[in-house]
Design a protein around this ligand. Sequence first.
Ligand code: A2R
Length: 310
Amino acid sequence: MNTLVIGGGGFVGQYLIAELTAGGHRVHATRLPGEQIREDCTLHELDILQPEAVSALLEQLKPDWVFHLAAQSSVALSWKRPQLTADVNIKGTLNVLEAVRQLEHQPRVLLIGSGEEYGPVSCCPVGEDAPLHPGNVYAATKACQGMLGEIYAKAYRMEILCVRAFNHVGPGQAPVFVVSDFCRQTAAIELGQQDPVIRIGNLSAKRDFTDVRDVVRAYVLLAEKGVAGRVYNVGSGRAVEIRGILDQILAQSEAAISAETDPAKLRPVDVPVVEADIRRLQADTGWQPRIPLEQTIQDTLAYWRRELAK
Ligand code: A2R
């Protein structure tokens, strides 16, 4: 299978490339100039804001599958750079969809959206047919991306699947995300680089966490078996309290660590529980998460211990 990963230089990209390579795919991946990326694939430099370049690459590669991961993926940055976020996540996606539309042989396309698109949810677990109430600029652009995907799938009979990914975690994730942040702080404390106080936000929020390695396995199964035109939640289907995660991280450390609330880490509107209904994903692909959260935490902690010791 000739497979293209657009945005392969990001957190998820490296794991997706590894999963595809292990599965025997011929993998092409795009990165932005200067980005670090795995080398077990053929690399192409691509800015998705250049429509001609996107078209030229797709015409050259004629892929069977396209995973579109490239995005401005930070909620925080989306408040500060709304135009950039809309450009990359909406115009960039349109450039990809238009380029794919011109191809003679239509590839399967996975557009990666977010559980954030639902916004504050009143029912849990939240299913794909629930209304979308995006509560930030990033979420709104991802909702828009998904709508464009559904429109192109219907109007042009394109093989597009839309994913709404809930919180994913694992080694290599930026420490702006809670599990990575707590693991990084714990490793820094162990190495004497930080006072023995871990700075925390709202510990009572419950979120649906999945190991990134399970997430990319779901993406590949969706490309294989998912129904074109459909939207799929990807998550564990189980909400976990952030407090429990902190306890698990601290239990894996020998250091005596106390916790202190940092007002900067408290979100103005924190949704109490977010949990994905994953029955559609499971029914259509048979996917089950395999890596328990304890293992993800252990691996993420080990990653930060290595990184900070360098
Ligand atoms: O912003 P950078 O330098 O980290 O590059 C990101 C890249 N990217 C672009 N690629 C091509 N043309 C652009 N104009 C452009 N702008 C940004 O997309 C990065 O390498 C990649 C996205 O990776 P991450 O930010 O690490 O996101 P992650 O966690 O891998 O999530 C993958 C997908 C995204 O669509 C998220 O919104 C969704 O899953 O949750």
